[in-house]
Design a protein around this ligand. Sequence first.
Ligand SMILES: C[S@@+](CC[C@H](N)C(=O)[O-])C[C@H]1O[C@@H](n2cnc3c(N)ncnc32)[C@H](O)[C@@H]1O
Length: 316
Amino acid sequence: MDEKSFWHIPVLFQEYIDSLNISITKRNIVVDCTLWLGGHAAGIIRKLHEGDVFIGFDLDNDNLKSSRETIEKSVGGFAKENGITIRCIHANFRDIKAKLSELGIDTVTAVCYDLWVSSAHFDDADRGFSFRFAGKLDMRFDRENDGKTAYDLVNRMSEKELIEILRIYGEEPKARFIAEAIVKARKLKPLETTEELTKLIEETSYDPKSVVRSFQGIRIAVNDEFGSIETSLKDTISLLSPEGRCSVITFHSLEDRLVKQIFAEYLQAERDEFTGQDITPALIKKVTKKPILPTEEEMKQNKRSRSAKLRIVEKK
Ligand SMILES: C[S@@+](CC[C@H](N)C(=O)[O-])C[C@H]1O[C@@H](n2cnc3c(N)ncnc32)[C@H](O)[C@@H]1O
């Protein structure tokens, strides 16, 4: 186990793996949408059998490389001996349908998401995710894509758009003042670094939490994180076979609310308001009434797990 895998303990490990309902009595096709260090992935693969398929995605090529190494080292031999197919793919999970279709797959038995932003992102100054380090304003998960960076957003968006991003994705109460200050400052010179942005927010808000919240809002917007979650979860529900499972770990109330709302759309049948008859039946059911939370023991051992929530649904 390398240094990175050592300090990253996969959250709700057993609960997440068990939630996927992997069984010897069926052919399992499992998709892990967020590979990173492949900790969960290795646990999932260990439960598979001959003929089963494991597919993993990561949008960040460095993280994908880490997961390929961990998987090869920890379960590569096991998979070969047992006839389990493994594919680790550089992709945004929002493209789950297209990526699986390229592999000739149109139904799967389980899909899982561990939505925390990896610490590899925050600890690398060069990526521009963290106000703790001086770096260029970047914040893209996928650096191989020419998509917008934090620099583009901060320097080119209208004041109104900036207010919305800071308010909705950052839940920043002083969004208007911060957006105003950004627009004023960039008229003199574009904001280029995390340091410049941090200083500007601190001087405008006098609340250190505003920096955390604003960086979060900008990061979510740069990567269209909520758009990806919504598109992907909806496609996952259509891809699942009957009794197929979808499991999602969130770490933030905004993300958890979004996942809950998307699932809610499919948990209820659509009714004709005149006849009271169901037009479209409910497509999924909850596996546990309430989300699964880490035990006291896990929270003691791994502080990062404290805000984790696991939601599981099953296709009808
Ligand atoms: C919390 S980590 C996953 C940790 C993993 N379960 C483990 O056991 O090591 C989340 C990963 O999801 C990736 N990611 C974030 N958004 C993504 C997206 N839209 N599509 C694919 N991967 C994404 C990040 O690059 C990061 O590597």
